[in-house]
Design a protein around this ligand. Sequence first.
Ligand code: ATP
Ligand code: MG
Length: 331
Amino acid sequence: METIISGIQPSGIPTIGNYIGAMQHFVNLQDEYDCYFFIADLHSITVPQKKAELRKQILDLAALYLAVGLDPEKVKLFIQSEVPAHCEAAWMIQCATPIGELERMTQYKDKAQKQDTVNAGLLNYPTLMVSDIILYDAAKVPVGADQKQHLELTRNFVDRFNNKYAQKGQTLLVKPEPLIAKNGARIMSLQDPTKKMSKSDSNPKGFISMLDDADTIRKKIRSAVTDSEATIAYDPENRPAVANLLTIFSSVTGISIETLVATYEESGYGTFKNDLAEAIVDWITPIHERFHQLRESEELQEILTVGAIEANKKANKTLRRMKNALGLGRK
Ligand code: ATP
Ligand code: MG
């Protein structure tokens, strides 16, 4: 079985964009792959976080992973900072990565702009992501389109490292392929369809959080921007806001975009938004029920403890190969 790895930062409550672009695929992949899914708390501190909120969001995210359908019998679910190998490998990776390559990353440029002081960790973020991937010998990485550039950096790093250090016939590091879903890979902000939906957006009207209650969901959909056209049509280039709402509608109901357009073409934004909000509420209600059952449970703690043990086992093996390749420590 091939291995898959993917993480989500506890930098807020996951949004419906995180679900559509990432979590729902994780659920589909768990039967076909050896899956490692993690809570990327180390990544989240590349920008300032509040201690109490971070702690809460780590467990919220863990419970949500399970509430949307990940089966702890099939996947390893763990917290990144509970596997020290991530930081150790990241250091070795940083020592072999030109700064220019990191400065070119779009996400770095975007996030750096929003900070008064840019810490080294924000620049080095992709090297920690390289570490997350290679430690598990991941063949595939399911990521949203926003992470494609970081995966390319990982692939380049693996080539460089293997060329330099692998002994004849040795698989030192595995080169990962991206696994990008065709539909709904990138959900946009409800307030600005040129910007991706992000859980760390300072304006909560831009996203629907996976823990928003029914009334909040209705309000946010009602205030979502549209355009000045009268009809509903799917035209991502010229009418991105409406296309985005259609993508969300289709993702939560499983109804095709064509059928949705045929149904709502002439019905006006009021009815369309109303039905969309109800569709999201119907879909999210059972997820909330499972979330609340799990969130305070001993079961959640046990799943994370077992996940950390399994992840450490796997990651430490790769770390050993890297240390030996570089000549660090003793054999
Ligand atoms: P942050 O604003 O803190 O970076 P985020 O919403 O971008 O939060 P991440 O934790 O960075 O979330 O990403 C988690 C996963 O969700 C990744 O696989 C990423 O590709 C995917 N993802 C993030 N935003 C979207 C989006 N708007 N549409 C689809 N997928 C997304
Ligand atoms: Mg992000």
